[in-house]
Design a protein around this ligand. Structure first.
Ligand code: HEM
Length: 470
Protein backbone atom coordinates (compact mmCIF):
# COMPACT_ATOMS: atom_id res chain seq x y z
CA UNK A 1 0.00 0.00 0.00
CA UNK A 2 1.32 3.41 -0.96
CA UNK A 3 2.34 5.64 1.93
CA UNK A 4 3.28 9.30 1.36
CA UNK A 5 5.91 9.04 4.12
CA UNK A 6 7.92 6.67 1.89
CA UNK A 7 8.72 9.57 -0.44
CA UNK A 8 10.55 11.46 2.31
CA UNK A 9 14.35 11.49 2.51
CA UNK A 10 16.09 9.41 5.15
CA UNK A 11 18.86 6.88 5.71
CA UNK A 12 19.19 3.94 3.32
CA UNK A 13 16.62 1.17 3.81
CA UNK A 14 17.00 -2.57 3.24
CA UNK A 15 14.03 -4.86 2.66
CA UNK A 16 12.36 -6.03 5.92
CA UNK A 17 14.88 -4.60 8.44
CA UNK A 18 14.74 -1.09 6.96
CA UNK A 19 17.46 1.11 8.49
CA UNK A 20 17.92 -0.94 11.66
CA UNK A 21 21.52 -1.68 10.67
CA UNK A 22 22.33 2.04 10.95
CA UNK A 23 21.78 1.91 14.70
CA UNK A 24 22.93 -1.60 15.49
CA UNK A 25 24.82 -1.80 18.80
CA UNK A 26 25.46 1.90 18.66
CA UNK A 27 26.50 3.66 21.85
CA UNK A 28 24.36 6.52 23.22
CA UNK A 29 26.99 9.14 22.46
CA UNK A 30 27.34 8.24 18.78
CA UNK A 31 23.59 8.00 18.39
CA UNK A 32 23.15 11.52 19.66
CA UNK A 33 25.65 12.75 17.06
CA UNK A 34 24.12 10.66 14.30
CA UNK A 35 20.62 11.95 14.84
CA UNK A 36 21.92 15.57 14.75
CA UNK A 37 23.61 14.73 11.47
CA UNK A 38 20.39 13.28 9.99
CA UNK A 39 18.62 16.57 10.66
CA UNK A 40 21.40 18.39 8.80
CA UNK A 41 21.50 16.00 5.84
CA UNK A 42 17.81 15.28 5.35
CA UNK A 43 16.23 18.55 6.47
CA UNK A 44 12.99 19.31 8.26
CA UNK A 45 11.27 15.96 7.79
CA UNK A 46 12.83 12.55 7.34
CA UNK A 47 11.72 8.96 7.57
CA UNK A 48 13.42 6.10 9.37
CA UNK A 49 11.97 2.66 8.72
CA UNK A 50 12.71 -0.12 11.17
CA UNK A 51 11.18 -3.59 10.80
CA UNK A 52 8.04 -2.27 9.16
CA UNK A 53 7.70 0.68 11.52
CA UNK A 54 7.57 4.05 9.76
CA UNK A 55 8.99 6.74 12.02
CA UNK A 56 8.66 10.31 10.81
CA UNK A 57 11.17 12.69 12.41
CA UNK A 58 10.37 16.39 12.68
CA UNK A 59 12.13 19.40 14.16
CA UNK A 60 10.49 22.41 12.51
CA UNK A 61 8.12 24.60 14.42
CA UNK A 62 5.04 24.23 12.17
CA UNK A 63 5.12 20.44 12.24
CA UNK A 64 5.83 20.36 15.97
CA UNK A 65 2.77 22.52 16.56
CA UNK A 66 0.45 20.33 14.49
CA UNK A 67 1.62 17.13 16.20
CA UNK A 68 1.63 18.39 19.78
CA UNK A 69 -1.62 20.32 19.54
CA UNK A 70 -3.55 17.33 18.13
CA UNK A 71 -6.20 16.40 20.66
CA UNK A 72 -6.55 12.72 19.74
CA UNK A 73 -3.12 11.61 18.59
CA UNK A 74 -1.82 11.46 22.14
CA UNK A 75 -0.67 7.85 22.30
CA UNK A 76 3.00 7.24 23.13
CA UNK A 77 5.08 5.29 20.60
CA UNK A 78 6.58 1.81 20.83
CA UNK A 79 9.90 2.52 22.64
CA UNK A 80 7.93 3.92 25.58
CA UNK A 81 6.47 0.44 26.14
CA UNK A 82 9.97 -0.67 27.20
CA UNK A 83 9.42 1.47 30.30
CA UNK A 84 6.18 -0.25 31.25
CA UNK A 85 7.62 -2.94 33.49
CA UNK A 86 9.04 -0.07 35.54
CA UNK A 87 6.45 2.73 35.39
CA UNK A 88 3.41 0.61 34.58
CA UNK A 89 0.85 2.55 32.62
CA UNK A 90 1.12 5.56 34.91
CA UNK A 91 0.47 9.08 33.64
CA UNK A 92 3.51 9.22 31.37
CA UNK A 93 2.73 6.00 29.51
CA UNK A 94 -1.03 5.51 29.74
CA UNK A 95 -3.48 6.18 26.93
CA UNK A 96 -7.15 6.77 26.27
CA UNK A 97 -9.67 6.71 29.12
CA UNK A 98 -7.11 5.62 31.71
CA UNK A 99 -4.89 8.59 30.94
CA UNK A 100 -7.85 11.04 31.08
CA UNK A 101 -8.95 9.69 34.45
CA UNK A 102 -5.49 9.75 36.00
CA UNK A 103 -4.73 13.23 34.68
CA UNK A 104 -7.96 14.40 36.35
CA UNK A 105 -7.06 12.81 39.69
CA UNK A 106 -3.51 14.20 39.63
CA UNK A 107 -4.02 17.72 38.26
CA UNK A 108 -5.04 19.22 41.66
CA UNK A 109 -1.59 18.25 43.00
CA UNK A 110 -0.19 21.18 41.06
CA UNK A 111 -2.74 23.77 42.20
CA UNK A 112 -1.21 27.06 43.35
CA UNK A 113 -1.99 26.52 47.05
CA UNK A 114 -0.43 23.09 47.06
CA UNK A 115 2.62 24.32 45.17
CA UNK A 116 2.89 27.00 47.82
CA UNK A 117 3.18 24.38 50.53
CA UNK A 118 5.63 22.41 48.37
CA UNK A 119 7.75 25.54 48.01
CA UNK A 120 8.39 25.45 51.77
CA UNK A 121 10.03 22.03 51.41
CA UNK A 122 11.97 23.22 48.37
CA UNK A 123 13.33 26.20 50.30
CA UNK A 124 14.29 24.10 53.33
CA UNK A 125 16.07 21.61 51.11
CA UNK A 126 17.80 24.36 49.12
CA UNK A 127 19.12 25.72 52.42
CA UNK A 128 20.40 22.26 53.29
CA UNK A 129 22.11 22.07 49.92
CA UNK A 130 23.79 25.46 50.47
CA UNK A 131 25.08 24.21 53.86
CA UNK A 132 26.39 21.07 52.20
CA UNK A 133 28.16 23.11 49.51
CA UNK A 134 29.82 25.22 52.23
CA UNK A 135 31.63 22.05 53.30
CA UNK A 136 32.86 21.53 49.73
CA UNK A 137 34.05 25.07 49.12
CA UNK A 138 37.05 25.69 46.84
CA UNK A 139 37.16 22.13 45.56
CA UNK A 140 35.98 20.83 42.20
CA UNK A 141 32.54 19.41 42.93
CA UNK A 142 31.02 16.71 40.74
CA UNK A 143 27.56 18.24 40.36
CA UNK A 144 25.19 15.45 39.38
CA UNK A 145 25.47 13.12 42.41
CA UNK A 146 25.16 16.11 44.74
CA UNK A 147 22.22 17.79 43.02
CA UNK A 148 20.24 14.63 42.30
CA UNK A 149 20.30 13.74 46.02
CA UNK A 150 18.47 16.98 46.72
CA UNK A 151 15.98 16.76 43.86
CA UNK A 152 15.15 13.24 45.01
CA UNK A 153 14.64 14.48 48.59
CA UNK A 154 12.36 17.22 47.27
CA UNK A 155 10.14 14.96 45.16
CA UNK A 156 9.88 12.37 47.95
CA UNK A 157 8.97 14.94 50.56
CA UNK A 158 6.51 16.93 48.43
CA UNK A 159 4.82 14.37 46.23
CA UNK A 160 5.14 11.37 48.53
CA UNK A 161 5.18 13.00 51.96
CA UNK A 162 8.24 10.95 52.92
CA UNK A 163 11.39 12.41 54.34
CA UNK A 164 14.54 10.64 53.24
CA UNK A 165 16.74 10.92 56.27
CA UNK A 166 20.34 9.91 56.63
CA UNK A 167 19.78 6.30 57.71
CA UNK A 168 17.91 5.74 54.47
CA UNK A 169 20.62 7.26 52.36
CA UNK A 170 22.13 3.90 51.36
CA UNK A 171 18.73 3.02 49.87
CA UNK A 172 18.61 6.44 48.18
CA UNK A 173 21.95 5.79 46.51
CA UNK A 174 20.83 2.33 45.47
CA UNK A 175 17.64 3.78 43.97
CA UNK A 176 19.54 6.43 42.00
CA UNK A 177 22.13 4.04 40.67
CA UNK A 178 19.41 1.55 39.69
CA UNK A 179 17.69 4.34 37.70
CA UNK A 180 20.95 5.14 35.93
CA UNK A 181 21.42 1.47 35.03
CA UNK A 182 17.82 1.24 33.81
CA UNK A 183 18.53 4.14 31.41
CA UNK A 184 21.63 2.41 30.06
CA UNK A 185 19.93 -0.99 29.73
CA UNK A 186 16.92 0.51 27.95
CA UNK A 187 19.22 2.20 25.51
CA UNK A 188 21.13 -1.03 24.87
CA UNK A 189 17.78 -2.69 24.18
CA UNK A 190 16.69 0.05 21.80
CA UNK A 191 19.76 -0.42 19.62
CA UNK A 192 19.43 -4.22 19.49
CA UNK A 193 16.25 -4.85 17.51
CA UNK A 194 16.15 -8.55 18.36
CA UNK A 195 15.73 -7.55 22.01
CA UNK A 196 12.63 -5.49 21.23
CA UNK A 197 10.79 -8.78 21.62
CA UNK A 198 9.71 -9.19 25.26
CA UNK A 199 10.57 -12.89 25.46
CA UNK A 200 14.09 -12.55 24.00
CA UNK A 201 14.80 -9.60 26.23
CA UNK A 202 13.72 -11.47 29.37
CA UNK A 203 15.98 -14.41 28.50
CA UNK A 204 18.99 -12.19 27.66
CA UNK A 205 21.57 -11.10 30.25
CA UNK A 206 20.54 -7.45 29.69
CA UNK A 207 16.94 -8.35 30.53
CA UNK A 208 18.04 -10.14 33.69
CA UNK A 209 20.05 -7.13 34.85
CA UNK A 210 17.07 -4.93 34.04
CA UNK A 211 14.88 -7.13 36.26
CA UNK A 212 17.29 -6.80 39.19
CA UNK A 213 17.23 -2.98 38.89
CA UNK A 214 13.44 -3.02 38.75
CA UNK A 215 13.26 -4.97 42.00
CA UNK A 216 15.33 -2.26 43.68
CA UNK A 217 13.33 0.72 42.42
CA UNK A 218 10.01 -0.98 43.09
CA UNK A 219 10.93 -1.86 46.64
CA UNK A 220 12.01 1.76 47.21
CA UNK A 221 8.67 3.05 45.88
CA UNK A 222 6.70 0.47 47.89
CA UNK A 223 8.41 1.58 51.11
CA UNK A 224 7.44 5.17 50.33
CA UNK A 225 3.78 4.21 49.80
CA UNK A 226 3.59 2.07 52.95
CA UNK A 227 5.18 4.80 55.06
CA UNK A 228 2.51 7.32 54.02
CA UNK A 229 -0.36 4.84 54.17
CA UNK A 230 0.45 3.95 57.81
CA UNK A 231 -0.73 7.31 59.15
CA UNK A 232 -3.24 8.26 56.49
CA UNK A 233 -6.95 8.76 57.20
CA UNK A 234 -9.77 9.48 54.70
CA UNK A 235 -10.66 13.18 54.51
CA UNK A 236 -7.08 14.20 55.22
CA UNK A 237 -6.68 15.41 51.67
CA UNK A 238 -9.07 18.33 52.00
CA UNK A 239 -6.97 21.40 51.66
CA UNK A 240 -7.87 25.02 52.18
CA UNK A 241 -6.11 28.29 51.43
CA UNK A 242 -5.16 28.72 55.11
CA UNK A 243 -3.56 25.30 55.25
CA UNK A 244 -0.77 26.38 52.96
CA UNK A 245 0.10 29.44 55.04
CA UNK A 246 3.18 28.73 57.09
CA UNK A 247 3.12 25.15 55.86
CA UNK A 248 1.05 23.88 58.81
CA UNK A 249 -0.41 21.24 56.65
CA UNK A 250 1.54 19.59 53.89
CA UNK A 251 -0.47 17.68 51.42
CA UNK A 252 1.37 15.14 49.35
CA UNK A 253 0.34 13.96 45.90
CA UNK A 254 0.23 10.53 47.42
CA UNK A 255 -2.58 11.70 49.73
CA UNK A 256 -4.72 12.55 46.72
CA UNK A 257 -4.07 9.08 45.36
CA UNK A 258 -4.94 7.44 48.68
CA UNK A 259 -8.13 9.54 48.76
CA UNK A 260 -8.96 8.35 45.24
CA UNK A 261 -8.29 4.78 46.38
CA UNK A 262 -10.75 5.17 49.26
CA UNK A 263 -13.39 6.24 46.68
CA UNK A 264 -12.58 3.26 44.46
CA UNK A 265 -11.16 5.42 41.63
CA UNK A 266 -7.73 3.78 41.67
CA UNK A 267 -6.24 0.61 43.20
CA UNK A 268 -2.95 0.02 44.98
CA UNK A 269 -1.26 -1.13 41.78
CA UNK A 270 -2.36 2.14 40.13
CA UNK A 271 -0.87 4.13 43.00
CA UNK A 272 2.36 2.24 42.57
CA UNK A 273 2.46 3.18 38.87
CA UNK A 274 2.02 6.86 39.64
CA UNK A 275 4.53 6.86 42.49
CA UNK A 276 7.16 5.27 40.23
CA UNK A 277 6.30 7.67 37.39
CA UNK A 278 6.51 10.82 39.51
CA UNK A 279 9.62 9.78 41.43
CA UNK A 280 11.48 9.30 38.17
CA UNK A 281 10.01 12.15 36.10
CA UNK A 282 10.09 14.46 39.09
CA UNK A 283 13.74 14.19 40.12
CA UNK A 284 16.00 13.21 37.24
CA UNK A 285 14.65 15.87 34.85
CA UNK A 286 15.13 18.76 37.29
CA UNK A 287 18.54 17.46 38.45
CA UNK A 288 19.78 17.46 34.87
CA UNK A 289 18.50 20.99 34.25
CA UNK A 290 20.02 22.34 37.49
CA UNK A 291 23.40 20.70 36.79
CA UNK A 292 23.60 22.03 33.24
CA UNK A 293 22.32 25.41 34.44
CA UNK A 294 25.09 25.60 37.06
CA UNK A 295 27.62 24.67 34.40
CA UNK A 296 26.48 27.53 32.16
CA UNK A 297 26.23 29.99 35.04
CA UNK A 298 29.76 29.10 36.19
CA UNK A 299 30.99 29.84 32.70
CA UNK A 300 29.39 33.31 32.53
CA UNK A 301 30.46 35.64 35.32
CA UNK A 302 28.19 38.47 34.17
CA UNK A 303 25.18 36.14 34.42
CA UNK A 304 26.07 35.16 38.00
CA UNK A 305 26.41 38.78 38.97
CA UNK A 306 23.02 39.66 37.49
CA UNK A 307 21.33 36.77 39.33
CA UNK A 308 23.02 37.89 42.56
CA UNK A 309 21.93 41.51 42.06
CA UNK A 310 18.37 40.44 41.29
CA UNK A 311 18.24 38.36 44.49
CA UNK A 312 19.65 41.25 46.52
CA UNK A 313 16.99 43.57 45.21
CA UNK A 314 14.23 41.13 46.08
CA UNK A 315 15.52 40.18 49.56
CA UNK A 316 18.50 42.11 50.84
CA UNK A 317 18.83 39.92 53.94
CA UNK A 318 21.12 36.96 53.16
CA UNK A 319 19.28 34.64 55.55
CA UNK A 320 15.69 35.29 54.42
CA UNK A 321 14.00 32.65 52.33
CA UNK A 322 12.08 33.68 49.22
CA UNK A 323 8.27 33.74 49.28
CA UNK A 324 6.16 32.63 46.31
CA UNK A 325 5.90 36.24 45.16
CA UNK A 326 9.68 36.74 45.56
CA UNK A 327 10.19 33.72 43.34
CA UNK A 328 7.73 35.09 40.80
CA UNK A 329 9.73 38.32 40.71
CA UNK A 330 12.96 36.57 39.70
CA UNK A 331 12.54 37.38 36.02
CA UNK A 332 16.22 37.29 35.14
CA UNK A 333 16.78 33.93 36.84
CA UNK A 334 13.71 32.64 35.01
CA UNK A 335 15.29 33.69 31.70
CA UNK A 336 18.51 31.88 32.71
CA UNK A 337 16.55 28.70 33.43
CA UNK A 338 14.66 28.95 30.14
CA UNK A 339 17.88 29.50 28.19
CA UNK A 340 19.37 26.44 29.93
CA UNK A 341 16.33 24.36 28.96
CA UNK A 342 16.54 25.68 25.41
CA UNK A 343 20.14 24.49 25.05
CA UNK A 344 19.66 21.36 27.16
CA UNK A 345 16.02 20.27 27.22
CA UNK A 346 16.04 17.49 29.87
CA UNK A 347 13.76 15.45 27.59
CA UNK A 348 15.46 15.90 24.19
CA UNK A 349 12.90 14.01 22.10
CA UNK A 350 9.40 12.64 22.46
CA UNK A 351 7.31 10.48 20.18
CA UNK A 352 3.74 9.56 19.31
CA UNK A 353 2.06 6.50 17.84
CA UNK A 354 -0.47 7.81 15.33
CA UNK A 355 -3.94 6.38 15.94
CA UNK A 356 -5.84 8.60 13.50
CA UNK A 357 -4.83 9.85 10.00
CA UNK A 358 -3.93 13.53 10.00
CA UNK A 359 -2.47 16.17 7.68
CA UNK A 360 0.89 17.66 8.43
CA UNK A 361 0.39 20.67 6.21
CA UNK A 362 0.55 18.98 2.77
CA UNK A 363 1.66 15.56 4.03
CA UNK A 364 -0.76 12.79 4.95
CA UNK A 365 0.43 10.91 8.05
CA UNK A 366 -1.42 7.64 8.26
CA UNK A 367 -2.65 5.75 11.28
CA UNK A 368 -0.05 3.17 12.34
CA UNK A 369 2.97 5.41 11.74
CA UNK A 370 5.01 7.09 14.46
CA UNK A 371 6.20 10.65 14.80
CA UNK A 372 9.35 11.62 16.67
CA UNK A 373 9.74 15.24 17.75
CA UNK A 374 13.28 16.49 18.26
CA UNK A 375 13.02 19.19 20.90
CA UNK A 376 16.82 19.48 21.06
CA UNK A 377 17.11 20.20 17.32
CA UNK A 378 14.11 22.54 17.33
CA UNK A 379 15.68 24.61 20.11
CA UNK A 380 18.94 24.98 18.19
CA UNK A 381 17.50 26.24 14.91
CA UNK A 382 19.15 29.44 13.76
CA UNK A 383 15.90 30.61 12.13
CA UNK A 384 14.22 30.60 15.55
CA UNK A 385 17.18 31.44 17.80
CA UNK A 386 19.97 33.44 16.11
CA UNK A 387 23.43 32.23 17.24
CA UNK A 388 21.73 29.11 18.52
CA UNK A 389 24.78 27.66 20.31
CA UNK A 390 25.31 30.79 22.42
CA UNK A 391 24.01 31.04 26.00
CA UNK A 392 22.00 34.28 26.01
CA UNK A 393 19.32 34.56 28.70
CA UNK A 394 18.35 37.97 27.24
CA UNK A 395 16.52 36.14 24.47
CA UNK A 396 13.74 35.52 26.94
CA UNK A 397 13.62 39.12 28.16
CA UNK A 398 13.46 40.99 24.87
CA UNK A 399 9.67 41.13 24.95
CA UNK A 400 9.57 40.07 21.31
CA UNK A 401 6.88 37.53 20.56
CA UNK A 402 8.17 34.00 20.13
CA UNK A 403 6.31 31.30 18.22
CA UNK A 404 4.39 29.40 20.93
CA UNK A 405 5.91 26.08 19.81
CA UNK A 406 9.50 27.31 19.28
CA UNK A 407 10.42 26.66 22.90
CA UNK A 408 8.81 23.50 24.26
CA UNK A 409 11.03 21.89 26.93
CA UNK A 410 7.89 20.76 28.75
CA UNK A 411 6.21 19.67 25.53
CA UNK A 412 2.85 21.36 24.83
CA UNK A 413 -0.76 20.49 24.13
CA UNK A 414 -2.80 17.86 25.98
CA UNK A 415 0.19 15.71 26.98
CA UNK A 416 2.38 18.46 28.26
CA UNK A 417 4.38 18.12 31.46
CA UNK A 418 2.07 18.12 34.47
CA UNK A 419 5.01 19.08 36.71
CA UNK A 420 6.09 22.16 34.75
CA UNK A 421 5.29 24.76 37.42
CA UNK A 422 6.64 22.51 40.17
CA UNK A 423 9.89 22.18 38.20
CA UNK A 424 10.27 25.93 37.59
CA UNK A 425 9.67 26.63 41.28
CA UNK A 426 12.20 24.04 42.37
CA UNK A 427 14.85 25.22 39.92
CA UNK A 428 14.38 28.83 41.04
CA UNK A 429 14.66 27.89 44.73
CA UNK A 430 17.81 25.84 44.26
CA UNK A 431 19.60 28.14 41.82
CA UNK A 432 18.80 31.36 43.70
CA UNK A 433 19.93 29.73 46.96
CA UNK A 434 23.28 28.79 45.40
CA UNK A 435 23.89 32.03 43.50
CA UNK A 436 23.11 34.21 46.55
CA UNK A 437 25.79 32.43 48.52
CA UNK A 438 28.53 31.46 46.09
CA UNK A 439 30.52 32.50 43.08
CA UNK A 440 30.92 29.64 40.67
CA UNK A 441 33.98 28.74 38.61
CA UNK A 442 34.18 26.20 35.80
CA UNK A 443 36.98 23.64 35.77
CA UNK A 444 37.73 24.49 32.13
CA UNK A 445 36.37 27.74 30.76
CA UNK A 446 34.07 27.28 27.76
CA UNK A 447 34.05 23.47 28.00
CA UNK A 448 30.80 21.79 26.96
CA UNK A 449 30.12 18.10 27.58
CA UNK A 450 29.40 15.54 24.88
CA UNK A 451 25.81 14.40 25.26
CA UNK A 452 24.17 10.99 25.37
CA UNK A 453 20.83 9.97 23.92
CA UNK A 454 19.06 8.18 26.74
CA UNK A 455 15.50 8.80 27.93
CA UNK A 456 16.90 12.10 29.19
CA UNK A 457 19.71 14.29 28.01
CA UNK A 458 22.85 13.23 29.89
CA UNK A 459 26.37 14.62 29.83
CA UNK A 460 28.85 11.90 28.83
CA UNK A 461 31.32 12.94 31.53
CA UNK A 462 30.91 14.39 35.02
CA UNK A 463 30.57 18.17 35.25
CA UNK A 464 32.70 19.90 37.89
CA UNK A 465 32.23 23.37 39.33
CA UNK A 466 34.08 25.20 42.10
CA UNK A 467 32.07 27.17 44.69
CA UNK A 468 33.57 30.24 46.37
CA UNK A 469 31.64 31.94 49.17
CA UNK A 470 30.36 35.47 48.37
C1 HEM B 1 13.07 20.49 34.03
C2 HEM B 1 12.18 19.63 34.41
C3 HEM B 1 11.23 18.88 33.53
C4 HEM B 1 11.20 18.77 32.16
C5 HEM B 1 12.14 19.40 31.14
C6 HEM B 1 10.06 17.93 31.83
C7 HEM B 1 9.67 17.61 30.53
C8 HEM B 1 8.57 16.83 30.21
C9 HEM B 1 8.16 16.51 28.87
C10 HEM B 1 8.87 16.96 27.60
C11 HEM B 1 7.05 15.74 28.94
C12 HEM B 1 6.28 15.11 27.77
C13 HEM B 1 6.75 13.68 27.60
C14 HEM B 1 6.21 12.98 26.38
O1 HEM B 1 5.41 13.51 25.61
O2 HEM B 1 6.60 11.82 26.22
C15 HEM B 1 6.75 15.55 30.35
C16 HEM B 1 5.70 14.82 30.85
C17 HEM B 1 5.49 14.57 32.18
N1 HEM B 1 6.19 15.12 33.24
FE1 HEM B 1 7.74 16.43 33.12
N2 HEM B 1 9.45 17.54 32.98
C18 HEM B 1 10.12 18.10 34.04
C19 HEM B 1 9.80 17.98 35.37
C20 HEM B 1 8.77 17.24 35.88
C21 HEM B 1 8.41 17.16 37.28
C22 HEM B 1 9.09 17.93 38.40
C23 HEM B 1 7.37 16.28 37.37
C24 HEM B 1 6.59 15.83 38.58
C25 HEM B 1 6.54 16.46 39.71
C26 HEM B 1 7.07 15.82 36.03
C27 HEM B 1 6.09 14.90 35.69
C28 HEM B 1 5.70 14.60 34.41
C29 HEM B 1 4.62 13.66 34.09
C30 HEM B 1 3.83 12.83 35.08
C31 HEM B 1 4.48 13.65 32.69
C32 HEM B 1 3.45 12.88 31.86
C33 HEM B 1 2.25 13.79 31.67
C34 HEM B 1 1.13 13.20 30.82
O3 HEM B 1 1.39 12.47 29.86
O4 HEM B 1 -0.03 13.51 31.12
N3 HEM B 1 7.93 16.42 35.15
N4 HEM B 1 7.70 16.23 31.10
Amino acid sequence: EENPLDKLPGPKKLPIVGSAFEFMRMNPRDLFIKVRLFAEIYGDRYLIKILGRRILHVHNVKDVEVVLAHSRNIKKSKPYTFLESWLGTGLLLSNGAKWHKRRKILTPTFHFNILKSFSIVMKERSKGLVEKIKTLENTDVNLLPLISDYTLYIICETAMGTQLDSDKSAKTQEYKSAILSIGKLLFARLTRVWLHNEYFFKMHSLGKRFQKCLEKVHSFADDVIMERKKNWKPGQSEFTEEDSVGGKKRLAMLDLLLEAESKGEIDLEGIREEVNTFMFEGHDTTAMAIVLGLMLIADHEEVQDRIFEECQKIFPDAESTPSMSDLAEMKYLEAVIKETLRLYPSVPFIARAITEDFMLDDLLVKKGSEVSIHIYDLHRRADLFPEPEAFKPERFLSGEAMHPYAFVPFSAGPRNCIGQRFAMLEMKCVLSGICRNFKLQPRVKGARPALLADMLIRPAEPIYVKFIRR
